[in-house]
Design a protein. Structure first.
Length: 525
């Protein structure tokens, strides 16, 4: 059974964010003190569906690809989560009709997210072996810009059929209509797209694609293969059957106002590799326990990693390489070389900084010296290179690295922080200032102007709320803007914070790997 607290504490914020961003206190406050909730928060209150904007965070992926993550307003997210949990039995029954999906959300009480799934990327080679056994041709495809393209009205079409949904468009007794309304209210009433990152979007997207799968099975029958999120791998004995399936799938998706990605759609002749081969090359390299040989082994390992990253630009080679090596223990005489290689990996693939930082912090707490001047220059390079491009995650992780490693930010990079439009960076910059890591000063007038009650419901809600709770910025007007809002003042009165300023300690559980290194193969993160 889906659990509301888990959906709020572990399913609200995207997992890719730096360690201080969390929703533990938020989930506990809204589920421990139900009798104290203000009327505007109660699921039974008429007019509860106030619209709000969600914040957008620009995430680094491999080979310069980007993904825009969404941070919904915590009030509208609570309403959507409540609707899902209250109707989980109906939703789960719908999912169980579908045998094609291997990623339909399943509640995981002890997981790092609210929902897990039947299969994850490490399981896909086994599934491929199973479904390709008697096949001759493989249809591979995925949905173009899936999450941003979802039409929220189609949720009701998926659950109740298009004809019924259109005939009862305003009937709130239909679950699909209620989910549609909640989804719209999480994005200023917009009917196009779902925010990427929250676990609620996983549920809503799976509802839609379950309906697609059921119709595909109905029209074709006896399908062999699977769907993982929005990626299809279907096996056929004849090429003509694969071509027919492609036409049928395109037709079904068009009824939901979706389309396949032309560049990722292929019909291939089997057999084909079941998994990527480059991870095996990195796995097979062993490290000597003798200090005199460790430097040699490290250089060989990273030389191979850099070569493989060049050959496989769309895969997470360097992130995998660092995650895989994190279980090794290197001698103090090896540490300077290891640190140099980690810094080089950061500049080569900025998205690897979260894994590099974990290693740097681990060895720093063991008493190893950190190359502060070299790292300060590296962080400055990252900020100066990525701020003009609007690359929020590279800048955010660079500032978080400065905080964690206690490295002062250079004036050249500090001056750029206010210029990037991102929900995470203002709080990270204010935290750095509170730790005296912005010696040249921090320009805050733009952020201070956002400290209004109305901005609590806009795309800057995180800064607007958290900077008030932390005492980092004053309200733009005479009255306390958070106290003036009944919903957010309740969160504040319950001690809710979305930013843990003590998270730089590696004792914080969020420093544990969010993915095993095996799972980095296939996620493309």
């Amino acid at each position: 059974m889906a659990n509301l607290r888990k959906l709020l504490t572990h399913g609200f914020l995207p997992y890719e964010l730096p360690q201080p961003f969390h929703s533990t206190l938020y989930g506990e406050a809204l589920t421990q003190t139900t009798s104290l909730l203000p009327a505007q928060l109660l699921p039974t209150t008429k007019g509860k569906y106030r619209s709000a904007e969600f914040s957008r965070h620009n995430l680094a992926r491999v080979n310069r690809f980007r993904r825009v993550l969404g941070l919904p307003n915590p009030i509208t997210y609570f309403h959507l989560s409540s609707e899902i949990v209250q109707n989980w039995s109906e939703i789960e029954t719908f999912f169980h009709q579908n045998s094609l999906s291997v990623t339909h959300p399943m509640p995981v009480p002890e997981g790092i997210r609210a929902f897990g799934s039947k299969a994850s990327p490490p399981d896909l080679p086994r599934l491929r072996a199973l479904h390709r056994a008697n096949g001759r041709y493989l249809l591979v495809t995925d949905i173009q810009q899936f999450y941003p393209s979802v039409y929220t009205h189609s949720l009701s079409w998926a659950l109740h059929s298009k004809s019924v949904a259109k005939a009862k468009r305003n009937d709130q007794s239909l679950l699909g209509n209620r989910l549609d309304l909640c989804a719209q209210r999480c994005q200023s009433g917009q009917t196009r797209g779902l925010p990427i990152g929250p676990d609620t979007s996983r549920v809503l997207s799976e509802i839609l694609l379950t309906s697609v799968d059921l119709e595909l099975e109905k029209q074709l029958g006896g399908l062999k293969g699977f769907r993982s999120v929005d990626d299809y791998e279907l096996t056929f004995r004849h090429r003509s059957d694969a071509e027919t399936a492609l036409r049928v799938l395109q037709s079904i998706l068009s009824n939901f106002e979706l389309q396949l990605s032309e560049e990722k759609t292929r019909i291939l002749e089997l057999p084909l590799p079941l998994e990527e081969t480059w991870p095996l090359q990195l796995k097979n390299l062993q490290f000597s326990s003798a200090p005199s040989f460790q430097i040699r082994d490290l250089i060989s390992y990273f030389s191979l990693a850099f070569e493989l990253a060049s050959k496989h630009p769309t895969d997470s080679v360097l992130r995998y390489a660092i995650a895989r090596i994190s279980s090794e223990t290197f001698h103090s005489t090896t540490w300077p070389t290891y640190q140099d290689l980690l810094i080089q990996a950061t500049l080569a693939e900025p998205g690897s900084l979260r894994y590099v930082l974990s290693e740097l912090r681990k060895y720093q707490q063991e008493g190893r010296p950190i190359a502060q001047d070299q790292l300060q220059e590296t962080l400055d390079q990252l900020i100066l290179r990525h701020q003009p491009l609007g690359h929020g995650s590279e800048v955010a992780w660079a500032v978080w690295a400065a905080i964690t490693l206690e490295i002062p930010l250079m004036k050249s990079s500090t001056d750029r922080l206010v210029e990037i439009d991102d929900p995470l960076i203002p709080l990270l910059a204010l935290h750095a200032e509170s730790k005296n890591l912005t010696p040249s000063g921090l320009e805050k007038s733009k952020w201070s102007s956002l400290m209004t009650t109305e901005d609590l419901w806009g795309q800057n809600w995180l800064l607007c709320y958290e900077a008030n709770v932390k005492g980092w910025l004053p309200s733009a007007q005479a009255k306390d803007h958070v106290n003036a809002d009944v919903c957010f003042s309740f969160l504040k009165s319950q001690g809710v914070s979305f930013y843990d300023a003590q998270a730089s300690s590696t004792k914080n559980p969020k420093w544990k790997a969010r993915f095993s290194f095996a799972q980095l193969v296939g996620y493309g993160i």
